[in-house]
Structure formats: C-alpha cells, structure tokens
Design a protein around this ligand. Structure first.
Ligand SMILES: Nc1ncnc2c1ncn2[C@@H]1O[C@H](COP(=O)(O)OP(=O)(O)OP(=O)(O)O)[C@@H](O)[C@H]1O
Length: 649
C-alpha cells in the first residue's frame, strides 16, 4: 500500500536494530466446569513469571518453567494487553514489524485471548484501538508534516490453503517474498480504516467467515490459523518525503489436537492433520533456529512461511501460550510448555523499513515541474482524517524529477536494470535542467517563445522514453536468448564452459553460477552403510533367546525340497523389549533415539518432534501416526529393534 498521491521511488532502506528475543508469556484459563475444578489444577503459578506442573515420570517431583510473564486464571484481558502487547504497537508507527500470536492446545483459550467477547475484548480489538489512538496522538503532536494510512487484511490458513476473510472470493492465495525479503500475499484484500467503527464493520463479519466447528474438546473450535494484519504507512509530506511502513501481525493459531481425545473423524480428522502438521513444522523451525542450522524449514508449511518474520525474523514478537488447568489436558500442557521454553531462546532482529516517495501530482506533469517550477498546492488525502485532508506545498526548488514510465514499474525489474535506468534518467534530467537555464537566459534568441521551449523539452523527453524502450527491448531479447540457450543446453560431456553458455548475459539477469563442467559429477548418490547399533537397554541374560529358529512341525523333508525354517519369537521378551524401545522413544533425547536401529538423525528428529507435540508414546505402534514416517518404515524400525536387541542380548 502506498499512500494515495505518492509513488515510491527508492527501494526500501533497512535500518537494523539490535537482536530482540521473542517474548513468551503463559496464560492459564479458568476451569470451565465446576466438577473438574474439584480435582484441582495441573498448573501452579510460582509468582509473576514462573509456574510448575507435576512430573509425569515421577509424581513426587514437579517441573518448573520460567517465562517473561505468567498470567493466572484471574488475570484480566486488559492486564495481558497492557503488560505484553501495548509496548509493541509503537514499533508499527516507526516502520518496524511486530507480531503477537496465541499458541496452545485446542480449547485452552487462544481465541478468547486474541478476539475475546464484546464485553471483554481481546488482544486484536485492543491493539487496533491502540494503534488508532497512537496515530491520533502522534498526529496531534506534529504540524501535519506526516500523514498516516492504516489498512487491515484478514486471512486464514485452512488445510494448507490461504483464504481471504475480508473478500471470500479470494481463496487459495499464494505466498510470495519480495526482493527486500518481505513476505506478501498477492491478491489479499486490504481495507483502509480511519476509526474503530470502520474496523468493526470489516472485522466482525469477516470473523464469521472463519472456519470453526464443534469438537469433543471445544464446541467452537477454530479449524484454521487466522492472521489479522494491520499495516501503518506513515508518509512525510515535505522533502525528503520519507515513508515508513510498519506491520502488526495478530495471529490466532489453531490448537494442537490429540485425536485419541478429540475423537475426530472424517473431515475433522483431516483438518486436525493439517493443523498438527503445520504446528509440527513450526516446532522444527524453532529447533532449527535454536540449533543454528543453515536451513530453516519455513517453506515446509504455509503457516511457517507466513510466520517467517515473527519467528527468527525481523519483527518484535510476543507469544502468548495458553494452558488449560484440567487434568485431561496434562499431556498437552507438558508439550506446550516445552515448545514455549524452546521458543524463548529465539532472537529476532527487527529493522526499520523506510523508503522515499514522490508526490504523484508532480509525476503527472514532468515537463511542468521542470520548466515552470511553480509551487502548487497538492491535496494529499490522509485517511486518518478524511474530513480535513492534509494540504502541503510541493517544493519549487529543486524541481522534483519525473519518473519515466519504465522506472515507475521498477518493481518488475532486477536491481541493476533499475540502477541503469535511474542513471539514465538523472543524466537526462541534468541535461534538461542545463537547457532549461539556457532557454531562460537566451529564450528570445534560441527558442523564441516559451511554447517552443516546451516543445523542445517534450521532444527530448520523447527521445529519452524511446531510449528506455529500446533498453527494455534489449533486455527482453537477451533474456530470451539466454532462455533458448538454456533449453538447448548440450549434454555436460560437451566441452562448453559457463563463459560460452552465458557470454551474452548481462549483470541484470541474475542466475545461479553454472556448474563447473571440469569437476567430476556424481552419477549416483553414495550409499551410507553403518554397522548395526546395539540398543542401549538393559541386556537380557544370554541364555534367554528372543527368537529361535525352528523347523516347522508339518514339514516333510524330501531330498529335493529344503526345509523352510521359521522364526519363533519369545512373547515375554518381545513385550519386555517393546517396553525398552518405548522407554527410548519417550526419553526425549536425540542421541538415545539415534541409538535405535533404522533411526538416523532425520527420523530421530521426527520422533522427537512428535513426542514434544503429543506427549509420551503409549505403544511402539504410535510411531505410525507420525507424519513423514510411512508405516512400512515403522514396521522396519519395530522389527529391527526388537530383533536386533534379541540377537545382541
Ligand atoms: N480466560 C478465560 N476466561 C473465561 N473463559 C475462557 C477463558 N479462556 C477461554 N475461555 C473459554 O474457554 C473456551 C475455549 O476457549 P477458546 O475457544 O478460546 O479456545 P481455543 O484455544 O481457541 O480453542 P481452539 O484451538 O479449538 O479454537 C471458550 O468457551 C472460552 O470462552
């Protein structure tokens, strides 16, 4: 969104700030049912920042956690907003991004925290109100030098598809990243708001569009992740016409669901699968950030792609972790707290996004602005004050340079192309200015009349446009030539170096460096063979065999026919070993998991991730519910471990 009447003419300038950790606050919701209350809460607060839950491995112990804030069941929406969210809002007025997101199991109070009710509004309405107020306050403290535009967009991610909640006809929208590494969604509608009533007018019906359904754990369960985006564009009305763009992401995540408890089936189960998978990827993103991996799997789900800025990105972020006190939520509480503890370590690096704009009014009449250099009063609409639009004076000197039609569409070009066009434009302008002075001084002798002077300039302008058109055509031809050469790329055995292939390439066509044909290329990926790893469990006594090789009773051995030997497993030991494997699976340690047969680093991470999201495995076969682990692989893991342990013991 650019401010009406203005056009961006310089790419975004990023001013880096220091690292800022993600703020993590935990909120415990009250009991919803009196009967449950009598059983007592599984979460106990320990002051304003810490809490404890009992240890499922040893009931005599408790597990303690410390966060930036702990809000008990009596904490009001107002207090949560004021202590965790309010101070983030001002960043959006200064060109920085901020995000608030509610995380937690289904039914723990995320939507209540983010949206709330009309009597007790949550973070979203309070934040919008807060931003509108902050803008009004800031505008009141300066003399109309800046105008403010506030826009809202609202979307949901339902079953890995992005839906526009403000314009329901827009669905399955794509997520893109621009060259300034901003994530954006082409086609997502944006409504400008000037007051809270306008916000409500758009937000309330849009919230009805969100997909909710009744599950065993929540009668109005959100089946999607929703994101309200509030964009504040602040534009300077006098030179140097700075423009600051800040965004506030308010995110209500769908809850993680244990389908053994929800009883979900059919479509609900499918929804739940999509929700759990995206939250699982979120967990992987957090792990990758914490372990300093080079590749962060943001692209593995739509949710993480959209949260790229909030988690390990450039935004100030606050995560509100919602917990439920009921005993039935214990496993969810445990896994949620572990996720929250990991997220606390994430550090974001917010920066200011600033660009320079030029009034459009000037763009429309390039010749006028250069030759006449008259001061014009340009009305620039400020949507925050529709009744009294800001009136500013455009500068008479130096004349605002025009933008060539090509340059106006600079976003579509590679940077170096834009640079070249800009240089060309500057040169033309300098020449025009020189000649403008010349025409003023020698008007009578050189051009005769001002009308003629104008004609000369217009002719020059037409020439410069022609040059730009030619430049663009050249670029397209070169691009086409490169594409064709790529299509006809000869097999690697031909002695063509990258220089030959790309000899026509120009700097503005960026490409991957062509592979060095001299380097020997791997035809097949090498197979890694490792020794069988013994399971790190208590060893059985060697005389108790896990499997015996037996001869089938009914086999009649003939000379020609060989006996088909069979394996008979010892059921007692099988059970014992299964318990041992289960213990490893629930150890929560990557190293222990990789000690299992058929489990490498990648599978261990998948298992660990599932365990963190869903709690302890009840049986070894639960491995089959892990997304990304096919049941055949799981069978191999189970067989491999039970058998290997039997043979090595
Ligand atoms: N702090 C609170 N005070 C009073 N009631 C609450 C509070 N938090 C949640 N509730 C109530 O608990 C129920 C579940 O809350 P909510 O729908 O917000 O859960 P959720 O985490 O968003 O669930 P889902 O992920 O399934 O959408 C609702 O009836 C809500 O009104």
């Amino acid at each position: 969104m650019t401010t009406p009447g203005f056009h961006r003419h310089r790419p975004v300038i990023a001013r880096n700030g220091g690292p800022v950790p993600v703020r993590v606050a935990v909120r415990l919701r009250p009991f919803l049912d009196k009967d449950q209350q009598e059983k007592g809460s599984t979460v106990r607060g320990l002051g304003e920042r810490a809490l404890e839950i009992c240890n499922w491995r040893n009931e005599q112990e408790s597990l303690k956690y410390e966060f930036d804030a702990f809000y008990d069941e009596d904490t009001s929406q107002d207090k949560i907003f004021k202590s965790s969210v309010q101070n983030l809002l001002e960043h959006t007025l200064h060109g920085q991004n901020a995000s608030v997101f509610a995380y937690g199991p289904t039914g723990a109070g995320k939507t209540h925290t983010m949206v709330g009710t009309s009597e007790d509004p949550g973070i979203i309405p309070r934040s919008v109100y807060g931003v509108l107020n902050a803008v009004a306050k800031e505008r009141g403290s300066e003399d109309g030098e800046w105008t403010y535009t506030i826009g809202i967009s609202y979307l949901e991610i339902y079953q890995e598809k992005v839906y526009d909640l403000l314009e329901t006809k827009n669905h399955d929208l794509q997520i893109r990243e621009d060259r300034d590494r901003n994530i954006f969604i082409p086609g997502l509608s944006e409504k400008t708001i000037t007051d809270f009533q306008q916000f409500e007018k758009h937000f309330v019906p849009a919230s009805q569009n969100r997909t909710t359904a009744s599950t065993k754990l929540n009668s109005r369960s959100s089946r999607s992740h929703s994101i309200l985006l509030l964009k504040v564009v602040k534009t300077q009305q006098v030179p140097p016409y700075r423009q600051l763009t800040g965004k506030l992401y308010l995110i209500d995540l769908a809850g993680s669901e244990d389908n053994r408890k929800t009883g979900n089936q059919g479509i609900r189960l499918k929804e739940s699968g999509a929700i759990n998978t995206s939250l699982f990827v979120l967990g992987q993103v957090v792990d990758a950030l914490n372990s300093g991996q080079a590749r962060i799997p943001y692209r593995d789900s739509k949710l993480t792609r959209l949260l790229q800025d909030s988690v390990g990105g450039t935004s100030h972020a606050c995560m509100i972790v919602n917990l439920a006190p009921e005993e039935s939520f214990y496993t969810d509480t445990y896994t949620t707290l572990n996720f929250a503890a990991k997220s606390k370590q994430i550090v974001n690096r917010p920066f200011t996004r600033e660009s320079m704009v030029r009034p459009r009014e000037v763009l429309k009449r390039p010749a006028d602005s250069v030759t006449d250099a008259v001061s014009k009063r340009v009305r620039i609409e400020d949507p925050c004050t529709p009744t009294t639009p800001a009136v500013v004076q455009t500068p008479a000197k130096p004349p605002a340079p025009f933008l060539s039609p090509l340059l106006r569409r600079q976003d579509k070009f590679e940077t170096s192309m834009v640079d070249r066009l800009e240089k060309l434009e500057t040169a033309i302008l300098a020449r025009m200015r020189r000649e403008s002075v010349l025409t003023t001084a020698n008007r009578a002798s050189v051009c005769g009349t001002p009308g003629q002077s104008r004609e000369v300039l217009l002719q020059k302008l037409e020439d410069s446009r022609k040059q730009l058109r030619e430049l663009k055509e050249q670029q397209e031809q070169q691009k086409a030539a490169v594409d064709t050469s790529k299509e006809n790329e000869p097999p690697m055995s031909m002695n063509l170096t990258s220089d030959v292939l790309f000899k026509h390439s120009t700097s503005f066509i960026r490409r991957k460096k062509a592979a060095d044909s001299k380097k020997p290329k791997a035809v097949v990926s090498p197979v890694r063979a490792g020794p069988l790893k013994p399971l790190n469990l208590d060893q059985e006594s060697p005389d108790v065999q896990f499997v015996r090789i037996i001869k089938p009773k009914d086999t009649v051995q003939t000379k020609k026919e060989e006996v088909k030997w069979q394996l008979e497993s010892n059921p007692e030991l099988q059970e014992k070993h299964a318990a041992g494997v289960l213990e490893v699976l629930n150890s929560g340690k990557l190293k222990k998991l990789t000690s299992l047969q058929c489990v490498g680093d990648k599978r261990a991470r998948l298992i660990l991730g599932w365990w963190q999201m869903n709690g302890p495995f009840k049986q070894v076969e639960d491995l089959k519910t892990i997304p990304g682990l096919p049941s055949k692989t799981v069978d191999n893991i189970i067989k491999g471990n039970l058998l290997c342990f039997g043979l090595t013991s």
